[in-house]
Ligand binder design. Sequence first.
Ligand code: NAG
Ligand code: NAG
Ligand code: NAG
Ligand code: NAG
Length: 308
Amino acid sequence: MALLRLLISLALAFSASGQKIVLTNDDGWAVAIVRAQNDALKTAGYDVVLSCPAINKSGTGSSTTTPTVLTSPCEFNTCPTGSPAEGFNASDTRLNYVNAFPVDAARFGIQTLAPKFFRSKPDLVVSGPNVGNNLGSTVLVSGTVGAASEAALEGIPAVAFSAATGDQVSYTTLTTAPTSAGSKAALIYSQLSVTLLKTLLASSGPILPAGIALNVNYPSTSSCTSAAAFKFVLTRINSNSGATDVQTCGTTHLPTESSVVAKSGCFASVSVFNASTKGDVNPATQAVVLAKLSSLLTCSNQTSRTIK
Ligand SMILES: *[C@@H]1O[C@H](CO)[C@@H](O)[C@H](O)[C@H]1NC(C)=O
Ligand SMILES: *[C@@H]1O[C@H](CO)[C@@H](O)[C@H](O)[C@H]1NC(C)=O
Ligand SMILES: *[C@@H]1O[C@H](CO)[C@@H](O)[C@H](O)[C@H]1NC(C)=O
Ligand SMILES: *[C@@H]1O[C@H](CO)[C@@H](O)[C@H](O)[C@H]1NC(C)=O
């Protein structure tokens, strides 16, 4: 009996069951990369609801509006003109679109879909991966980052993911062209995101400090052809030689996310940002994230992952 209880508690500790995720983006609900992320999160055992814009809303930052009836079809003809402002896939009601901005899609996921499907708030909002990196000042116009910021400002921990390889193509390409560079990249990025989220969600205490979110960027998969090739590095969004960051890798100056993603060696950047300003946070807040992700993080001057 004691053994059974031990086994059950171990099983619970190692499964992701019970953790509820709203998945959003700015490229639209039907792009391959976000559907690959949806599949990977479900396979990892998370309870997922997708809530994304009906059409491509790249570059719309934190814009917000009241969702409206579709005056043209959803992207890739996934819904006809005249479809309701918010809609879903009739054979998989967890796949939802919102005909408005990324912020509105995130809000609908948190405020309407989470109570319906989870009977609670989500534990986490995942935004992306976006097609294309969002580095440095680009975060200010990124809808991917805008949606994650909205979640954090509503009190829900959030991570924005953006990726170098891939195009805004239909989710159907994942099955019709599984060996295309984009399909393979979508799978690699989605696995990496699950790895980061598992580490984050397994850490003790609040998932993330209030009012902040993470901005994660993946380099190209052209010479990084498996998830195992990638390493995560703690970074800052904006270059600022005068700023003092958390001490790590032998310094109190974090590298910029742009410099880390541009380096050869398959480095993915992880920046901690203020959801109100979309700027960098103080070293104490960076330190909280560093501690949570320490088993995953490496230094950008290391060429192979340190197994801790
Ligand atoms: C999506 O929108 C962005 C910003 O307007 C634009 O640059 C991009 O080309 C659009 N994508 C497609 C596939 O039309
Ligand atoms: C809706 O879900 C079904 C079943 O999973 C799938 O075959 C179909 O492609 C989906 N369509 C959209 C637009 O998500
Ligand atoms: C975010 O920035 C605002 C404005 O500078 C500041 O008041 C707030 O404390 C910051 N929040 C966090 C969590 O760092
Ligand atoms: C990486 O750089 C830091 C800071 O210069 C240094 O402390 C550390 O030893 C370096 N690590 C490697 C593996 O070179």
